[in-house]
Write a protein that binds this ligand. Sequence first.
Ligand code: F6R
Length: 613
Amino acid sequence: MCGIVGGVAERNISDILIEGLKRLEYRGYDSAGLALINQQHVLRERRVGKVVNLEDAVKTSQITGTLGIAHTRWATHGKPTEDNAHPHLSDRVAVVHNGIIENFEELKNTLIQQGYVFSSQTDTEVVAHLVTEALKTHATLLSAVQSVVPKLKGAFALGIVHADYPDELIAVREGSPLVVGVGIGEHFIGSDQLALLPITNRFIYLEEGDIAYITRQDVRIFAHNEHEIERPTKELDATVSHASKGEYKHFMLKEIFEQPEALQQTISQALNGNALREDFLQHAELDFKQVKQVQIIACGTSYHSGLIAKYWFEQLIDLPCQVEIASEFRYRSPVIVEHTLYVCISQSGETADTLAALRDTQKRAKAKGLHISSMAICNVATSSMIRETDHHLLTLAGPEIGVASTKAFTTQLAALMLFILKIGQVQGKIAEHVLTKMIEDLWHCPKVLLNTLQHNAEILRLSELFVEKQHCLFLGRGTNYPIALEGALKLKEISYIHAEGYAAGELKHGPLALVDNDMPVVILAPKDDMLDKLKSNMEEVQARGGELFVFADEHSGIAEKDRQHVVKVPSISHWLSPIIYSIPVQLLSYHVAVLRGTDVDQPRNLAKSVTVE
Ligand code: F6R
C-alpha cells in the first residue's frame, strides 16, 4: 500500500525522506518519488521500482531542501509509471496521496474545462490542481487546502507543499492513517510511525477529518469545521531495532522465530498464575455479560483466526459465533441482532474493508436503537480499529513487517482464546477446572512452539520437493481446517504456487479428482478426536498416487513410508493445536518461496496494510 513521508526542518531532509520511504517498503509499492522546496522552487525526482532507484536519482541530481514530501506508490489508478508516481505537481504545488479519491473523474473534467492540463492518469493530480485553483481566491495555503478537502470524496491522506510557502507542510487525514512526528525545531509526517522512528519517538496521531498545519516550530490541527483542536503528543517506546532483520535473511523468517516471545507477551498481559488477571478486560464485563452471540469480521489471515475462534466459542463456552469476510459483510446489510458482540480481527487495524464493516454496523445499530458492542483484536495500539471499537485486546506481536502475516496470526489466536475464557467466566459458562487447565496449556504453548521451530531444518529439506510443483493441497479437520486454509494462503502468496485448503472431509466431494502423483498433499494431523477419520483421508490420497507431507503429533502413530513424509510435531492440548500447526505451514511456505527465488517479504502485487478497498 502507498506510503507517505514528509517534513519541515532547518536542515536538508532529502536523506530523512528516503530513509522513511525505505522503512515503508514493507507495505508494498511499485514506484517512489519525492519533492523538495528549495529557494522557492519545487525540485522533484520520481522512479519506477525500488526506493534505491530514487535514492540514486537524488544522489545524481543532488537536490536538497528543508521542506519536502515523499511517497511510495502502489498503483490503483493508472499503471506503475514515472508519470503516475507521486508527488504530483500543479504550478507551484506538490501533493502526495494515499487512498482513493472516488469522484476524481468528475473533478478532473471540471478542471480540464478550466484549462488545467493533466500529466498523469492518477486520481491524485486533481488535488494539486484544485489547490492551485483555490489559491486564486484564498489568501493562505492552509485555507486553500481547507476549501479543497470537502470537495474530495473517498478515503485518503494527503501531504501538500507549495514553493511560495517554504516553511509550511499541510497534512490531511480523511480515512487513511497519518501521524505527525514531533522533533525539536522540526516536524515530520508519516503514514506509519515506523517511517519516522530514526528521528523521533514522539507522535501526534491525526484523527479522521483533521488538517494539520505544520511548520518548523509548530503543529496546529484543524477539524472539519475549521476550528482549531488539540491532539495529544504521545511518546512511543518502540525501538528502532524492531524494524531490522537482525541475523535473519528475511523479516518473515525473523517473525516466524519471534513467535514464542510474541505469544508469551500476549498471554502475559491477561494471566496471573493459573487465573485470568482481575483487571483483564474488566471494563468490558458488563457488555460481555449481555452478549448473546458473536459476529467476527476480518480479512485474509485474520479471517482464518476468526474461523478457529468459532470452534472455540461454540464448543468451549456454548456461545453462537458467525465469522465473515469483511468485504462481503460490509455490502450485505446483515441483520443486526441486539446484544451481538462484533469482533474485528486485524494485524494493522487499518484494513479498509474491516473498518467499513465495523462503521456501517455501528451506524445501522444506532439508527435502529439496538444495543450492540464492538471489540478489536489488533496488533497496532494506535490504529483506527482500536479507537473506534468499544473494547480491544492487543496482540503484543511487535511490528510485523513481512507482508505474509505470521506472528500476528498466532498471537491473534492466543488473544482470542483469552478473550473467550473471559466471556466464559463472566457468563458462568466455563467450569473452573477447565479454565485452569486451559490457562496451564496456554502458559505451556510458547515452549511447545519453540520446540516446533526446532524442526526447521527438516521442513527445509521437504520444501525442496515442492520447488517444481504447480499445485498443492492442504487438508485438516476441526480447528486445523482453517490452518489448511492458512497454509494454502501462505504458500500461494509468497511462492506463487497455486494452493487450496480443504476440510479433509470434503476430499471426496471434488478435490480428490485433482490428486495424482504430481500433487503434493499437506496434512495437519494433531492427536484429537478426528485423527482416525483423517488417517482414512490420507489413505484415499495415497490410493490415488498422491504424495503426502504430514505434520503429525509425535504420538499420532503416523510414520514415514513410501511417498509419505512425516514431521513429528510436539504434543499440545487439542484446543491449542492450531497455534502450533501454524508453524510448519509457515516454515514450509517460507522455504519453498526462498528456493523459488521470490521476493519473500514483499510478494508481487500485495501490500502489507490494505487501506483501500
Ligand atoms: C496474508 C495477509 C493478509 C492479511 C489481510 C488482513 O498473509 O497478511 O491476508 O491478513 O490483508 O490484514 P489485517 O490483519 O491487517 O486486517
